[in-house]
Design a protein around this ligand. Sequence first.
Ligand code: BG6
Length: 469
Amino acid sequence: MPPSPALDPHVLVLFGARGDLAKRKLLPGLFRLAQVGLMPEEFRIIGSGRHAPDGEFTGEVRKALEEHAKDDLTDEAWKAFAERLSFVVSSADDGADLAKAVQDARKELGEESRTLLYLSVPPSAMKPMVGMLAETGLSTDRARIVMEKPFGSDLESAKALNAALHEHVEEDAIFRIDHFLGKEAAQDILALRFANGLFEPIWNREHVAAVQIDIPEELGLEGRGSFYEETGAFRDMVVTHLSQILGFVAMEAPESLDAGHLRDAKTAVFADVQPFQPGDAGDGQFAGYREEDGVDPDSTVETFVALKVAVDNDRWRGVPFLLRTGKAMAETRRVVTITLKRPEADIFDGSHRPNELTFELLDDPHIAVDLLVKVPGPTSEVTRAPLTLDVERVLNEHGLEAYERLFHDIMLGDHLLFTRADEVERLWACATPLLEDPPKPLTYDKGSWGPEAAAKLAEPIGWRLPEDA
Ligand code: BG6
């Protein structure tokens, strides 16, 4: 497809270009955008990191695309992509060569060109990198900085990182990524709530018994031992993805779909989210974690978290928000379940599960409302019958994967699906009691549903998947 005329020419710099995220998502995502005509006419991709590849960087990228790209890697498509790729070594201490390479590329692309600086580096490396970008002048003059999550590792470091950024860069040029917000299905939560008259009237404590945000993963560490030792499941997933989804589910209607209004609405609901209490959390560590590469043999880092969160406002007071995620679990799911209260006049057999609305946050989004219908025949029994909406099939042949959508938004300068300094800091403030007094992680078997004690947190409703009886 022809390139997008709406986008300025871009020099994209990927820090951490040889890392797992770049290989699985960022490079394949950029390749796909080029295939569907959503890259600028002129762009260059400069991979960067502390160590140059042994062979050609293009060879590494080719392999990553062979494994992870969704589109056909035709010779023509590969050639067009590969000739825009290069690699320059840089570190927080030395960005001179990179600055020169970016300058040269921008000269080639013209005055209108922009720099996109994507920091896919561990939280502890972010602040020194921001310093280097300022010193070398890389972050000025039509540059945008993209910060991977987690943004900081606690309230203090997040504030320091925001301050370091704001010293050199306008908030308008900062894109804090939480790729769950780029998932089609996450945005479906907003569409379902605010584009329809059907659900919003029941979206409150009068009608909702519980909200469950459940992201178990079969995946283990996948070679990310040292990253994981620094973050753990709580920082990696809960303060970030799960909390952001909670924001979409719990927020009041934003004034408009403008980035400012949407982020105001999220910030407002995060102000009502109560600090996470150690008594409402259960941590786990899968058996064998301590033997993984890059992991301390005495590590107490959690690979599983279950957490009950309270949102203290008129809409949600008393409704538990149940959050669960973990590595090496029985299944990979991304499910948001809104459990409704039973009808007051329950004249049918009241032993069934109450109505549930579920969102499966997959690339192929899936929404279902679980209803009770009468069993045909001479009986008054009811049975569960899901009403499903297969959004991908109905609406969207050309859906974008989360990182693809977000890259495109960054190049357009649209902040709608990115997090703002104040909301991130508020979430770290909520996390503080738990970071200061974390529950001891209980061991769980690989392929299980986590420590048994975590099940108690979700009582009386329990952790439930849509297909459970
Ligand atoms: C990442 C986490 O941000 O999200 C990973 O660092 C996790 O640990 C991943 O596996 C899940 O994302 P997705 O897009 O596969 O749902």
